[in-house]
Design a protein around this ligand. Structure first.
Ligand code: RIB
Length: 297
């Protein structure tokens, strides 16, 4: 694979079918969507594109189906400079597809067909490409366990996403950086995020709690930091967490302080949620610098 990667993203590669609507239909009823669009998605793929746009040498470990959606997903990842050599193309399962329902104000619900993503567990039992940071996005306990077992000098970062309900706190031992939102923090610790992050930091190096419109908080041992979110007009929150993670990891990779990592995370998330789709609006380093400069002055 040539030069060592800065970041390897591990997890889902999806296609998102997004419906923009005023409200949800009642049972047996029908509602009309104001808009519909097909976007590229999947938390690992979104994150990979986010960090690649910010200039990191990025690869992805995941699975797509041997179908037109899978071919297009790979083509667009390559176009974003994400190395896809480690993506498995499944002959048995179709590319993961997600129905995303976005309500006025940006709140979204998702129905996911996991398809080829199910085969990730087979992949991680084999070789995992070397990278400075291995970012696990919404993976199972089995995948986390396999990656931690092979851990070398790389730092392991986990965003358990919806999977947080299946993890036990002991499973996290060996994780260097953990991203959670408030609900996931509660699922893991049964406590609010301030107490929850204290409990989690007994098991992992750094804990970052994403607080949505209230910003983000991090704890590293006894130290903690907080940064407010940037107020922007919210159009679609799909992929906001992946965007935050990309900004945070890009700052971390360039050796910035914890406060800067939170700031970059909030900045990238703010730029994403102004547009429809999980990757639209993800900034280059230059776009991010301009946004942060404008907000500072
Ligand atoms: O994290 C956002 C992503 O979650 C969407 O793009 C969708 O594909 C789901 O996997």
């Amino acid at each position: 694979m040539g030069l060592r990667l800065d970041v390897l993203a591990v997890g889902n590669i999806n296609v998102d079918m997004s419906f923009f609507m005023e409200g949800m239909p009642e049972p047996d009823d029908e509602t009309f969507a104001r808009d519909f669009a097909v976007f590229q998605g999947g938390s690992a793929a979104n994150f990979a594109v986010g960090v690649a746009r910010l200039g990191l040498r990025t690869g992805i470990l995941g699975c797509v189906g041997a179908d037109p959606l899978g071919r297009e997903a790979l083509r667009l990842l390559r176009k974003e400079n994400v190395l896809t050599d480690s993506v498995r193309v499944s002959k048995r399962r179709r590319t993961g597809t997600v129905c995303v329902l976005v309500e006025e104000g940006g709140v979204r619900r998702m129905i996911a067909y996991r398809g080829a993503n199910e085969e990730l567990r087979l992949l991680v039992r084999r070789e995992i490409p070397q990278a400075k940071f291995v970012q696990l996005c919404n993976v199972s306990r089995e995948v986390l366990g396999a990656v931690l077992m092979r851990k070398g000098e790389d730092k392991v970062i986990l965003d358990p996403g919806g999977g947080s309900k299946d993890f036990r706190i002991e499973d996290l031992r060996g994780v260097d950086l953990l991203f959670v939102n408030e609900l996931e923090c509660r699922n893991l610790t049964n406590a609010d995020y301030e107490r929850g992050s204290e409990i989690l930091s007994e098991h992992v190096g750094t804990v970052v709690v994403k607080l949505g419109s209230r910003g983000a908080f991090m704890r590293e041992g006894e130290e903690s930091a907080y940064q407010e979110a940037f107020p922007v007009k919210v159009v679609d929150t799909t992929g906001a967490g992946d965007a935050f993670n990309a900004g945070f990891v890009a700052a971390l990779c360039s050796g910035r302080s914890g406060n800067d990592c939170l700031l970059w995370g909030n900045g990238v998330a703010a730029l994403k949620i102004r547009s429809k789709g999980a990757r639209t609006g993800l900034p280059t380093l230059k776009d991010l610098a301009t946004f942060l400069r404008e907000r500072k002055s």
